[in-house]
Design a protein around this ligand. Sequence first.
Ligand SMILES: Cc1cc2nc3c(=O)[nH]c(=O)nc-3n(C[C@H](O)[C@H](O)[C@H](O)COP(=O)(O)OP(=O)(O)OC[C@H]3O[C@@H](n4cnc5c(N)ncnc54)[C@H](O)[C@@H]3O)c2cc1C
Length: 317
Amino acid sequence: MENIYDLIIIGGGPGGIGSVVEAKELGLGKVLMIEKTDNHSHTIRKFYKDNKRVDKDWQGQEVELEGNVDFIDGTKESTLDYFDKLLDDELIDTRFNCAVEKVKKEGDIFHVTSGCGVDMAKNIIVCIGRMGKPNKPSYKIPPSLRTQINFNLDKCSNGEKILVVGGGDTAVEYACELSETNEVTLNYRREMLSRPNPTNLVMIAKYEDDEAVTLNLGVNIESLESEHGQVKVNFSDGAELFDRIIYAIGGTTPKDFLSSCCITLDDMGEPIFDENYESEVEGLYVAGDIVFNSGGSIAIALNHGHRIVTHILNRRK
Ligand SMILES: Cc1cc2nc3c(=O)[nH]c(=O)nc-3n(C[C@H](O)[C@H](O)[C@H](O)COP(=O)(O)OP(=O)(O)OC[C@H]3O[C@@H](n4cnc5c(N)ncnc54)[C@H](O)[C@@H]3O)c2cc1C
């Protein structure tokens, strides 16, 4: 039994960090967090712009923290620093650069197969998020435009004419940030922006008033074409040329991965779980963004960790 973990956590984002910290704080025993990339919080590192404001009540969802992680409003950098400190202080057993491939239960024990071999555990939390595969539009992206069609800000340079597509906080924040050095239009298919939190709604109204960002609301994109190296966007009310498009329209459920972890999916392809986030397999849980088909936040993911670890401990009694 010595080599069997009490808990293995798959994914080192907020859901994983919340789970592993709660497990240590509440005395769950031997725990391991496995992360695919070379550091924790890959979604934050890859999709948040530098110095991004990080809101605890993201997308206007007010969340009371239930566990031992004291997450507050801050920036991308302060959030990552705080998570670094938590992982260091709790002497968390972590394994990076290690992608989990599948989970199988044999008797009472889970076998976790990854690029690093097979590990065994009594309980598993799967929290790999949704941003491994960002959502793509339903219309075709011409292959010649691939480098100009992006899902984060990595490839943007200054002086470009950029279209940001989406109606949530991320789209608003991307549009405002890019407008400092670019000509930016924000397109959303609905007439009004209702999903962003109050701070971002005030911010985008100000950028629009200052003519820093052009709002193009209630208009659908029907198709994209390549024209002289630019992206021709065929809106439902006419066409316009851009140098680049940034889609900020969320991420997809990692259905194949969940199935290879023996997590049953419903008719919509979403994981089935109960009020304790336990899947149909006893001891196998889901946490963080994969629990929602849209939405989710850092604070919500942290609370999932607390709830699940408490459930595992209560079951032991
Ligand atoms: C641009 C943007 C801005 C946002 N701003 C805010 C904000 O201000 N405030 C807020 O509360 N929320 C914000 N969010 C939402 C927040 O980032 C998510 O709700 C949160 O990161 C979800 O945590 P998670 O642990 O479920 O998933 P993720 O953060 O996506 O973490 C999943 C982790 O699992 C790893 N992983 C994936 N596959 C495997 C595998 N096979 N094996 C091992 N590891 C794997 C990934 O590399 C990643 O590190 C924002 C999201 C985006 C995209």
